[in-house]
Design a protein around this ligand. Structure first.
Ligand code: COA
Length: 204
């Protein structure tokens, strides 16, 4: 079994959806929360594989994706692209009000609403220093073996080449494993609400 890090390919898309769902409940399997197994990946994973300016890396074992890091270097520009090119179809697919018989949980109901949020969202004062944002998710089979760190370092090096000054991310406050990981990776808190934290890291 050999694991390596590489850019994504179109053939990886089903795995992006799957990994996103299997890690979508604050790091744990979110399958039981969704009748639609694609809903989370429609927002948190797949669009980055199509956004022309993204930076994404896959950790693949014998060619099969086991984890990913996806990033938009300019979150505001990404928001404009989402609004124009990604969300219109999803707003038809997940109309509001979303039918009760299609909803497995409060989480699925909230997620159906996310597709209707206007992008780009207004950015806070720290945004100019941390304009990139990322999502990182690894299946349990490859967690705790240094692949998260390697994916993160691959991303930093690509962002530094593009002279991006810093990056941010959102994390649920119950995801203690991810919080410990981000602390080790040098992220610190930029903002906090009842759901969790926005963390940021400057790149030199
Ligand atoms: C969080 C995640 C990305 C970390 O990746 P990973 O490959 O498991 O982490 P690594 O093995 O690269 O660990 C890197 C460092 O973080 C620390 N770390 C990672 N997970 C940790 C945990 N659960 N508790 C404490 N420390 C942890 C490691 O000890 C290591 O420190 P070291 O370099 O000093 O030895 C991965 O576990 C994951 O995808 N989890 C599920 C999905 C998720 O929660 N994603 C984040 C959503 S915001």
């Amino acid at each position: 079994m050999q694991i390596n890090i590489r850019p994504p390919a179109v053939q990886d898309i089903p795995y992006l959806y799957e990994i996103c769902l299997k890690t979508g409940k604050a790091g744990e399997d979110a399958s039981a929360l969704f009748k639609d197994p694609y809903m989370l990946g429609q927002y948190y994973a797949a669009p980055y594989a199509f956004y022309p300016d993204s930076i994404c890396f896959i950790a693949a074992e014998d060619g099969i994706p086991q984890g990913y890091i996806v990033c938009a270097p300019d979150t505001e520009d990404y928001g404009k692209w989402l609004e124009k090119s990604w969300l219109p179809l999803l707003r038809e697919r997940y109309p509001q009000p979303y039918p009760a018989e299609k909803i497995a949980s409060e989480t699925e109901s909230r997620m159906a609403l996310v597709f209707h949020k206007q992008h780009p969202v207004p950015q806070p004062a720290w945004y100019a220093l941390y304009p990139a944002h990322l999502h990182i998710d690894l299946l349990k089979t490859i967690q705790g073996k240094g692949w998260g760190r390697r994916l993160m370092e691959s991303l930093w090096s690509a962002l530094s080449e593009r002279k991006v000054p810093g990056l941010h991310l959102g994390v649920n406050r119950t995801n203690t494993g991810a919080l410990a990981f981000y602390k080790k990776m040098g992220f610190s808190s930029l903002a906090e609400d009842e759901g969790g934290f926005t963390l940021g890291k400057a790149l030199s």
